[in-house]
Design a protein around this ligand. Structure first.
Ligand code: NDP
Length: 623
């Protein structure tokens, strides 16, 4: 295997994809498998190039001084490309007019480096637009710049192009080319940008797996601390909640270590986990494909979470029928949390070890930094599977999420037993019902999870393993746990108001998620025909009307409104039951920033256009 020619950090001249123009770039990494260099342009655009598309600066300078016409760069200019594109202009090879030959001579004097970036970008933009319009096999670059047949057309030019375009040059152009009219309203545009052409003609950009360079969550130090901070927070909250006075500054005494662990509790936890695994494996429910991976492959997922929920409900019903005391969960709540934490830690270690053998292309875009702690925390492998058993997908919705409603039910029964109630309190009923609705909704719409960041971007490591198996069931049930020890009475009108609030939140959350999910799954869906979108160079559109034109993350807004409705039934005596809503706002604000960053990288200029059209991120007129 030939060794690499250019070193990391070396400044070289990189060929612009689909053109014969070279720009100064810096080599940032090399992929031994794909034999591709990742290079960074001066404006920050990163791109993977073949060695043959890179030249050393010295050789480039040398060529520049040569007069040989064999240089590909001398054979074409951006101007000649753009002229020959127009059907009204003479075809290549026809006699030029005097003014044209003068122009041509002028062009010849120009070197590639002197070519205006803006001009180049406009030409490339034409290529990009035409790639939407042309038949998939046409190669405009070849057609217009007279390059040899071997010249490669790289669709990434569209992406890079978008990042390179200066707003003053392109905004008008984009508006002209991609006028944000509804497909329904504009017959002509419909022909040009019909779903088929817009979404099929442009191939998905093939990403070359590279190292994660931008570290999130405070990098190595931040993730190291989070590994301790997250479990500590869970135990602090649970210990606080058990106190009569759960004021923030009333620190709970540390329990004895032996009291935190009980083999039987761990056994029940394992039984629960493997029961859910059995339900997951049942051949019931449809099998769907996930979004394409970076190598174009699509994984298959069985959608049977709702069936698992029904079977679990039946199993719990049988246990209650046989007088099994479900408040065992309440009595051993902290021990259950310790068991789940120990299990999630063991699972994370297993996941990290197996990820070391995973092929490069199966690593998570966000968890491949090369730093052990960081990759261990964020998750190194994107979709770890044992055969067809997808560990991340399973943990996302089953043991933790279904476990959460079982814990809530246990708290409800514990409240009735401890306070000698014949019916649960109104607060407890509200908390149970709201959260049950949330979980059932997630399971009913299980397919929607396949387009979320957790599945498409984040690897499976400590963050998700702990989050799914410990944080969700034991922290999200804090309100119900709190109500057992701190009975709260609310009136019917207050209960009705809180219910309305929850319904509003749910409506926004559900319709926003469905709108985006349906649009991603089938942009040609006639039900979405009235929605406007900004096309992007990747072939995906960005909705700019409907919920996604209201704020940039309407689903987060709905989720936060619901979170508030879950805390309100606990009254205002303590801040502890409001932990969830406070934490959730921080989580979603941070998550929104991560998502924005990724979308900006994915969609470049189109994302900026979207942000201009929809200026608020989560809260209209506030944030
Ligand atoms: P989202 O469902 O919000 O998806 C974000 C993605 O949507 C983007 O990366 C982009 O992906 C696509 N997108 C963004 N803008 C547009 C647009 N205008 N038009 C079309 N597509 C667009 O991400 P999450 O995974 O963060 O959230 C999913 C749900 O889960 C949310 O409702 C959230 O509230 C909830 N959630 C709940 C948590 C909990 O603990 N309860 C924790 C985290 C999330 P692309 O273009 O690649 O398709």
């Amino acid at each position: 295997m030939p060794s690499r020619k250019f070193a990391d950090g070396e400044v070289v001249m990189g060929r612009w994809p689909g053109s014969v123009l070279y720009y100064e770039v810096q080599v940032t990494s090399y992929n031994d498998v794909a034999h591709l260099y990742t290079v960074k342009y001066k404006d920050g655009t990163e791109l993977a190039l073949k060695e043959s598309d890179i030249r050393s600066q010295s050789s480039f300078k040398h060529r520049k001084s040569q007069s040989s016409s064999s240089s590909p760069s001398r054979r074409s200019s951006s101007r000649s490309r753009s002229r020959s594109r127009s059907p009204g202009r003479p075809a290549r090879g026809r006699r030029r007019s005097a003014s044209q030959s003068r122009e041509h001579k002028d062009d010849k004097k120009k070197t590639i480096q002197e070519t205006s970036l803006a001009l180049l970008v406009l030409v490339l933009f034409d290529d990009c637009v035409s790639s939407f319009n042309q038949k998939p096999n046409e190669n405009n670059t070849k057609r217009y710049n007279g390059e040899p047949e071997s010249t490669e057309k790289n669709d990434t030019s569209c992406i890079i192009l978008e990042q390179k375009l200066k707003p003053e040059l392109e905004i008008k152009r984009v508006l002209e080319q991609y006028s944000l009219r509804s497909r329904k309203d504009d017959k002509k545009k419909e022909e040009i940008y019909s779903e088929k052409k817009t979404f099929v003609a442009v191939k998905p950009i093939e990403k070359v797996p590279t190292k994660t360079k931008e570290l999130e969550f405070g990098g190595r130090i931040g993730t190291f601390m989070l590994i301790f901070l997250l479990p500590a927070t869970v135990f602090y909250l649970l210990l606080m909640c058990k106190q009569d006075d759960p004021s923030l500054l009333n620190f709970p005494p540390l329990p004895e270590l032996e009291s935190l662990w009980e083999g039987r509790v761990f056994g029940v936890f394992l039984l629960w986990f493997f029961l859910q695994a059995v339900f997951y494996l049942l051949p019931i429910g449809k099998v769907v494909e996930g979004l394409p991976l970076s190598n174009g492959r699509k994984l298959q997922y069985r959608i049977n979470g709702f069936y698992a929920f029904i079977l679990t409900a039946a199993a719990i019903g049988v246990l209650l029928y046989f007088q099994f005391e479900l408040h065992y969960l309440y009595d051993h709540f902290i021990q259950f949390a310790v068991s789940a934490a120990a299990f999630s830690l063991a699972l994370s270690i297993y996941l990290y070890i197996r990820s070391l053998k995973a092929p490069e292309e199966e690593l998570a875009p966000g968890g491949n930094s090369g730093y052990f702690i960081y990759d261990f925390f964020t998750g190194h492998e994107l979709n770890p599977r044992i055969g067809n058993f997808d560990l991340k997908y399973f943990c996302e919705l089953r043991p933790g999420l279904i476990g959460w409603v079982v814990i809530n039910l246990a708290m409800l029964l514990a409240e009735m037993k401890i306070h000698n109630l014949s019916v649960p309190s109104l607060s407890m009923i509200l908390v149970n019902s709201f959260q049950l609705l949330y979980v059932v909704d997630a399971l009913w719409n299980e397919e929607a999870i396949l387009t979320t960041m957790d599945i498409t971007h984040d690897g499976f490591g400590f963050m998700l393993a702990f989050g799914d198996l410990v944080w969700v069931p034991f922290v999200y049930s804090l309100q119900a746990f709190y109500l057992v020890g701190h009975p709260t009475t609310i009136t019917w009108p207050v209960a009705a108001t809180i219910t309305v609030l929850n319904c509003i939140g749910y409506y926004i959350f559900r319709s926003a998620n469905s709108q985006k999910n349906n649009f991603r799954r089938n942009p040609a869906d006639p039900k979405l025909a009235n929605l406007k979108f900004i096309p992007t160079a990747t072939g995906k559109g960005l909705l700019v009307t409907g919920w996604w034109g209201f704020v940039r993350h309407p689903n987060y807004l709905g989720d936060i409104i619901m979170a508030l409705a879950w805390s309100l039934p606990c009254g205002f005596n303590h801040i502890l039951p409001y932990f969830y809503v406070i934490y959730f706002i921080c989580l979603l604000v941070h998550r929104e920033a991560r998502d924005e960053h990724q979308c900006k990288q994915k969609y470049g200029l189109a994302w900026e256009r979207y942000c201009q059209r929809v200026p608020y991120r989560i809260f209209p007129y506030i944030y």
